[in-house]
Design a protein around this ligand. Structure first.
Ligand code: C2E
Ligand code: CA
Ligand code: CA
Length: 403
């Protein structure tokens, strides 16, 4: 890893930075000595002498304050300069709790120092005297958002551990003969107070916190078990689609973990379909292509979800081993009233056929949609017109009725 640093030299007596300036960099002493001082009653009071290997100048970078000290080269010095932008990127990327802790600790330190100076100067502390160094509102908003986020993560984590997450199943219908040919698993949070919470209210938190890794594997396992469970009704394994989040592809052992689950549950791998989104393909194409080929090698099918919403260029499609295109529901919703949407759906159906992929149209809400899609020779459909996502037991009852 590079620290985006460079070396800078100062002659003895030179000022490295001055009190009251904005901070541009932090420094590590490579050679020589540095003296830090602060102005007290018009006089420079030296408060520390630093030697080789010591780090300074970081405070103003962490909380965006002005320099609270002046740094002067005591001897000729060589400094490793670490840019402000680099440090700030690292803090932004770090765990939110760590970033918040850093800022709170620094703020308390600055406050204590001001308080001490105030008292040492012979003043008397009033009860509600404020020594804060920041914009009070922005600081509070910042800590509030961070604590809310941490709270949400921890709630989701305990929900997961307490079995409040559940997979629903939505039937996928053949547009050739109207039979149920498979299902898509869709996660829900059965919240004791809020009721059934939809995924768009918590998948984001799961992704940001990394909880999507264990939850994502649990989803695969549940869906594979459901496939086995359904055999008692269907007689043979049914196609089960599982949504994978982009974040799961950042894990080095995604493929291994999925393989282990497929083996453990005894799933019919050829009837497991993994759904990924278009944006995933573009974010990290080499890594994703490699993992998709590995997943294909296990025997699973791959579907491209929300197709048509991500990128207009189709030129990359052939680079990935994709079996199925899922036409995004936004086109299906509007195709009856909007000729452009209708043309897009027609074109996507033709594109899939030309590339040897099957098509699933999502968001089918009316019989008229079904007729239009049949006219385009779309293979499969999914939507409220057929059925909403439902608990496994309800899906079993539905299948029983149909057989
Ligand atoms: P998606 O994968 O595109 O799933 C389809 C969404 O459309 C589902 O919403 C489904 O309930 C909804 N839907 C199906 N037919 C119709 C219809 O006819 N009309 C309308 N208005 N909606 C319809 P849901 O279950 O709320 O899921 C939303 C999104 O959350 C999913 O979009 C997917 O991106 C994500 N998600 C759901 N389950 C999982 C999961 O197990 N893992 C991951 N990583 N993401 C999931
Ligand atoms: Ca999906
Ligand atoms: Ca979709």
């Amino acid at each position: 890893m590079t620290y985006d640093s460079h070396i800078r030299s100062y002659d003895a007596g030179k000022v490295i930075f001055s009190e009251g300036e904005p901070g541009e960099a932090a420094y590590i002493i490579d050679q020589g000595e540095v003296e830090l001082s602060a102005l007290k009653n018009g006089e420079h009071v030296v408060f520390v002498q630093l030697k080789k290997g010591e780090f300074f100048g970081e405070m103003a970078l962490i909380d965006n304050q002005l320099r609270s000290a002046t740094a002067i080269a005591k001897t000729p010095v060589k400094l490793i300069v670490i840019n402000r932008k680099f440090i700030q990127e690292k803090i932004d990327l770090s765990d939110k709790l760590v970033a918040m802790t850093l800022k709170v600790v620094l703020e308390r330190y600055r406050e204590m120092r001001s308080r001490l100076e105030f008292v040492l100067a012979g003043n008397k502390l009033e009860d509600n005297q404020i020594f804060s160094h920041h914009d009070e509102k922005a600081y509070e908003e910042d800590t509030r958002l961070t604590t809310e986020r941490i709270q949400a993560e921890s709630n989701l984590k305990s929900a997961f551990e307490n079995g409040q997450l559940e997979l629903f199943y939505q039937p996928i219908i053949s547009l050739k003969d109207d039979s149920i040919v498979g299902c898509e698993s869709l996660i829900r949070w059965r919240h004791p107070v809020r009721g059934l919470v939809p995924p768009n209210e918590f998948i984001g938190i799961a992704e940001e916190s990394g909880l999507i890794e264990p939850i994502g594997l649990w989803i695969v396992e549940q869906a594979c078990k459901a496939q086995q469970d359904l055999i008692e009704i269907t007689g043979k394994p049914m196609m089960v689609s599982i949504n994978l989040s982009a974040r799961q592809f950042e894990s080095g052992d995604l493929v291994e973990n999925i393989q282990r689950i497929l083996e453990k549950t005894g799933a019919d791998v050829s009837k497991i379909k993994l759904e990924i989104t278009e944006s995933l393909l573009m974010s990290d194409p080499l890594n994703v292509a490699e993992k998709l080929h590995e997943l294909k090698a296990l025997g699973t099918a791959i579907a491209l979800d929300d197709f048509g919403t991500g990128y207009s260029s189709f030129s990359y499609l052939h680079r990935f081993p994709i079996d199925t295109l899922k036409i995004d529901q936004s086109f299906v919703f509007t195709m009856r009233d909007n000729p452009k949407s209708l043309e897009i759906v027609r074109t996507l159906c033709a594109l899939a056929a030309a590339l040897g992929m099957t098509v699933i149209a999502e968001g089918i809400e009316t019989e008229a949609d079904v007729e239009l899609l049949k006219g385009f020779s779309a293979d499969y459909g999914q939507g409220y017109h057929f059925a909403r996502p439902m608990p496994l037991d309800d899906f079993k009852s539905l299948l029983k009725k149909g057989t």
